[in-house]
Ligand binder design. Structure first.
Ligand code: PLP
Length: 394
């Protein structure tokens, strides 16, 4: 019985989504229309942050964060090697230096003890920031990271691409949503089709800092501002008499065009309405995998069922990963590997990173495999995936 190909992740587009995009396309705006701020407000509300800035993709969001936090050539920033390269690359875009710290083998997240050891071994001021990643959808305990960051004067960018709707419980027993800005200075999300919410390409930055918010708005659109209370050239220069003329604007810093379009935001908004439904379905899929493989001898590891996990990915660690991966492909099941440790990418090797530097991350990479995980994965399809994995291991 060969069913249709089963990928590790995929988008879900409904009739309502199509209608929302069609409406935006026939409105007066293609870009810079009302759907952008609507999406920003709805998303900020969803994660519980004060401000949100929608941008062209998650990588642009990371770049703007690094710019807004003023990463300068040579600035050292700590992140995890088990992430998509963009989490680290944003530091390089500004000429900063990426310092990898190892992962916790139980959570697969940046290990706070490994970060602490790095910080303790250098004079204060050596490092500028930390970029923890809510990998696979599991929320980093940012309360703990914030305490460390305060002790060493560091900023935090939370890469929450995998975790819209995810959360952790803080030391007071209160729920802390990924991207809510209570501990991190800035958080970023991606709306690439494999993520929870799709807008085609798209990204979002959330923050509780009004100052960073204003800076991000400028940087998103060339560094231009139109708020006349902030103009520095004279009214006379601008060509006005009693005040600045209506056409006048100023480019005060070097920004980019990282804008998103109105119709993409219409799609994002429509998808956001179903985000909690999708999360629920992801959690049920995770529970089923977890029960199916619990105690299986071929499993070297699987992250248990964790409250607040957004399950962008369902990762297991197995024996003979290559054999399983190829066998599943023959059955039409396209599992994926997340991630090849970033510090061993040829680009990062040029800075001296080598095998053995991140023992936990490298051991994890030997066995990790991400199983199909997306809201429209049917029960039958999941059963088929489970059955094929069992039959491979005999
Ligand atoms: C997808 C992703 C990004 C980049 O997002 P894009 O929208 O593809 O640019 C960054 N970090 C992580 C962890 C991601 O999964």
């Amino acid at each position: 019985m060969k069913t249709r190909a089963i990928p590790y992740g995929r988008q879900h587009i409904t009739e309502d989504d199509i209608k929302a995009v069609a409406e935006a396309l026939t409105s007066d705006y293609l870009t810079q229309g009302p759907k952008i701020s609507e999406f920003e407000e709805a998303f900020a509300h969803y994660v519980g942050a004060e401000y949100a800035v929608a941008v062209s993709n998650g990588t642009a969001a990371l770049h703007l964060c690094a710019l807004a936090l003023d990463v300068q050539p040579g600035d050292k920033v700590i992140t995890t090697p088990i992430t998509f390269a963009a989490s680290a690359n944003c530091v390089r875009y500004c000429g900063g230096e990426v310092v990898f710290a190892d992962i916790d083998p139980n959570t697969y997240l940046l290990d706070i003890n490994s970060v602490r050891a790095i910080l303790e071994n250098a004079p204060k001021g050596t490092y500028k920031g930390i970029i923890p990643v809510d990998f696979a959808g599991r929320a980093v305990n940012l309360e703990a990271f914030k305490e460390l960051a305060e002790a060493y004067d560091l900023w935090i960018i939370e890469d929450s691409c995998h975790a819209p709707g995810g959360y952790f419980m803080d030391s007071k027993g209160e729920r802390q949503n990924c991207g809510n800005g209570n501990f991190a200075d800035l958080a970023i999300f991606s709306f690439h089709p494999v993520k929870h919410i799709a807008s085609g390409e798209g990204g979002m930055i959330t923050t509780n800092s009004r100052e960073l918010y204003d800076t991000l708005l400028q940087l998103r659109t060339h560094g231009i501002l139109k708020d006349e209370s902030k103009f520095t050239n004279s009214i006379a220069f601008a060509g006005g008499e009693d005040g600045y003329p209506a056409w006048y604007m100023e480019m005060q810093q070097l920004g980019f065009n990282y804008r998103i379009t109105d119709f993409q935001c219409a799609l994002g908004l429509s998808q956001l309405k179903r985000a909690n439904q999708g999360l629920e379905r992801r959690r049920r899929i995770a529970e089923k995998y977890f029960k199916a493989f619990k105690g299986s001898p071929f499993i070297k590891g699987q992250s248990g069922i964790v409250a607040g996990h957004a399950y962008h990915l369902y990762v297991i660690e197995v024996e003979d990963r290559l054999g399983l991966y190829e066998y599943l492909r023959e059955q039409g099941i396209y599992a994926q590997i997340h991630y090849i440790p970033c510090h061993l990418m040829p680009y990062y090797r040029q800075f001296g990173w080598k095998e053995g530097d991140m023992p936990q991350a490298e051991k994890y990479y030997e066995g990790c495999i991400s199983l199909p995980m997306y809201p429209t994965l049917s029960d039958e399809e999941q059963d088929y995936v489970i059955e094929k994995i069992r039959s491979f291991y005999g």
